[in-house]
Design a protein around this ligand. Structure first.
Ligand code: DP6
Length: 342
């Protein structure tokens, strides 16, 4: 392994967010952030996180800037964790890792409250790999990003991506590509229903759910079956099966979270109004199905030819701030030119 600290001292990685059609919710009790259930996601084009890593051996510790503002605490710790994983690798490395200055920007408004940790850590994995000269494979980078945030492991790949459940005693768990972005010309319409960050982050929400929700065992038993059904529907490009199954995966995830103590209520009034609007659209003949992550926004799965109409209808729902139409996107990548303008 070559630790090329004398080579390119800065590198920029780029990655897209992803939305799970089959939800991940819950971790194994032991091990490095191993999901308790399998999940399947769609990587989204049109929204990008760009992350620059510059080695600064003279710094006392890693430095992080998020959308131009200096960050502290947990965010910096997670960045350092991923830099360490990439540097040491599965086999470990004896040399001390140089400190890094990390600058991350989203081209989509963070105020919209859309999940950005998946794209952020996927972009960081790619940039860190180049800046540190670590020469990790994309599978290794996916497994490492997954340790920091499981959904980030999926954003290393484009299109439809699956992340199996972890196995106790096995740290190795990368996501894997199921089908490329052009496999199925779906659209995902994001209905933004609030501004600002969510109340309880996913990590904390999952820990609380596992510890207190009486429905958690049922979720663990049911989620793998639901995942298999969604996986088959994606491979067969069958929206009539995928749509209802994706809705149920999301509702079951929210059901188990709602039953936690104290309850995890990620929805607001508009979250419910959008679900009702989607049901009305369907009753009128449209192919539109919703999914919801650990926040109040609703993402609607539909076809390319119906997306504009669906977006227009949902933009008119009370409490919807804006709608964004997205399509399947590509994998995380290293930007070889225009490195951060320097
Ligand atoms: C509801 O990947 O953010 O979006 O591994 O603790 O960082 P950590 O959790 P994270 O959880 C995502 C949860 C979800 C469903 C999903 O993306 O599968």
């Amino acid at each position: 392994m070559s630790h090329g600290t004398g080579q390119a001292a800065a590198a920029v990685g780029e990655a897209h967010p992803n939305i799970a059609l089959a939800k991940y919710w819950g971790k194994l009790a032991e091990g490095p952030n191993l999901p308790a259930v399998p999940s399947l996601s769609l990587t989204l084009a049109g929204m990008v996180t760009r992350t620059a890593v510059r080695l600064e051996p003279s710094l006392p510790g890693d430095r992080l800037t998020l959308d131009g503002a200096p960050a502290q605490g947990r965010a910096v710790q997670r960045v350092s964790q991923l830099l360490d994983l990439v540097w040491h690798g599965p086999a470990g490395a004896s040399q001390r890792r140089p400190a890094a200055a990390v600058e991350s920007t989203n081209d989509f408004p963070t105020a919209a409250g859309l999940a950005s940790s998946a794209s952020a850590f996927a972009a960081l994995a790619v940039a860190a790999n180049a800046a540190l000269g670590a020469e990790r494979s994309v599978e290794e980078l996916s497994s490492m990003a997954r340790q920091v945030s499981a959904s980030a492991g999926r954003s290393l790949f484009g299109g439809f991506v699956e992340l199996p459940a972890g196995k106790l005693g096995d740290d190795w768990l990368p996501a894997r590509p199921l089908a490329p972005a052009d496999h199925w010309e779906l659209r995902l319409v994001v209905a933004v229903t609030a501004v600002g960050p969510k109340a309880v982050g996913s990590t904390e929400g999952m820990i609380r759910t596992a510890a207190t929700s009486p429905l958690y065992d049922g979720w663990l038993r049911w989620a793998p079956e639901s995942f298999q059904q969604i996986r088959q529907a994606v491979l067969a490009r069958d929206l009539d099966v995928l749509g209802p199954a994706a809705e149920r995966s999301a509702l079951a995830m929210h059901g188990v979270a709602l039953a936690a103590d104290p309850p995890l209520v990620y929805w607001n009034g508009a979250t419910v109004e959008v679900q009702r609007a989607v049901a009305r659209l369907r009753a009128a003949g449209a192919d539109a199905y919703f999914t919801i992550d650990a926040g109040p926004h609703v993402k609607i799965i539909t076809t390319a030819d119906q997306a504009e109409q669906v977006a227009a209808e949902l933009a008119a729902v009370t409490g919807v701030h804006r709608v964004i139409v997205t399509r399947p996107g590509g994998p995380a990548r290293l930007l070889t030119e225009g490195v951060d303008g320097r």
